[in-house]
Design a protein around this ligand. Structure first.
Ligand SMILES: Nc1nc2c(ncn2[C@@H]2O[C@H](COP(=O)(O)OP(=O)(O)OP(=O)(O)O)[C@@H](O)[C@H]2O)c(=O)[nH]1
Ligand SMILES: [Mg+2]
Length: 230
């Protein structure tokens, strides 16, 4: 009888967790704060990144990993800011995993970075299931998608530390119910910080950038030899 090996999804999940811990150790050693951006396609991940880089370049050293199923379009957009950027093409996979991120890390000057953004593949479901070793998952929901989405796709909103509610410039033209959305988000994750903003008009970006600067300062305090250890 032929012998063959069976690989269970459970084993793959464990392998991802192990690799994510290895990534996390590397990020800890470098003192870099890592933010994993997750949203459905087109919610505005790259636009928010562009607006963030426009405000924080000069204050912080920022690197970007772009995850997409195909094309290098987002990396080309981010490359205009002149900082280090790596594009990962997943060749069909609907999310980044920790091994893909690990493969990109040698291309980045981690020791010199304060902040590393990972723009995940546009997908509101699968990316939330895969730890990449990040410090925080930033969920993005756009007004154009509708206020019912948190309850329909709960995991990303439960896993996120911060939720960017993008495209608020479109509120007057939509039936998005901001109060109901906030209530649903609070029910899913009472600790979730919700930041309404518009990458288009710039409204709310100051609060987001301030929050990022605080995360960087906290991480540096935790990882510096004189700081308090986590
Ligand atoms: N009105 C408005 N449009 C926005 C805003 N942010 C992004 N957009 C538009 O939304 C579209 C998608 O934006 P992207 O930044 O490419 O979205 P993404 O999430 O990176 O998309 P994928 O990487 O393909 O998943 C673009 O046409 C943007 O110009 C916003 O705040 N307001
Ligand atoms: Mg994008």
């Amino acid at each position: 009888m032929a012998e063959f090996k069976v690989i269970l999804a459970q084993d793959l999940r464990q392998a991802n967790r192990d690799q994510a811990e290895a990534n996390r150790s590397l990020f800890q050693a470098s003192g870099v704060t890592v933010v994993n951006l997750i949203s459905s396609p087109g919610a505005g991940k790259t636009s928010i990144l562009e607006a963030t880089l426009a405000r924080l370049t000069g204050d912080l050293q920022i690197g970007v990993i772009e995850g997409d199923i195909a094309t290098t379009r987002d990396a080309a957009r981010i490359n205009r800011w002149g900082g280090p950027v790596v594009q990962i093409n997943t060749a069909g996979a609907c999310h980044l995993d920790a091994a893909l991120v690990a493969a990109a890390l040698p291309e980045l000057p981690l020791e010199d970075l304060d902040l590393l953004f990972i723009e995940n593949v546009g997908n509101l479901v699968c990316p939330a299931e895969f730890d990449l070793g990040e410090d925080v998952k930033a969920g993005i929901l756009s007004v154009a998608e509708g206020s019912d989405k948190p309850l329909k796709y709960p995991l990303v909103f439960q896993e996120a530390g911060v939720l960017l509610l993008n495209k608020i410039d479109l509120l007057p033209y939509s039936d998005f119910d901001l109060a109901a959305c906030r209530q649903d988000l609070n029910g899913l994750n009472p600790n979730l910080l919700v930041l309404p903003l518009s990458a288009r008009t710039g409204e709310g970006l100051e609060e987001w950038c301030l929050w990022l600067q605080q995360q960087v300062a906290l991480k540096k305090a935790r990882t510096s030899p004189c700081g308090v250890t986590a």
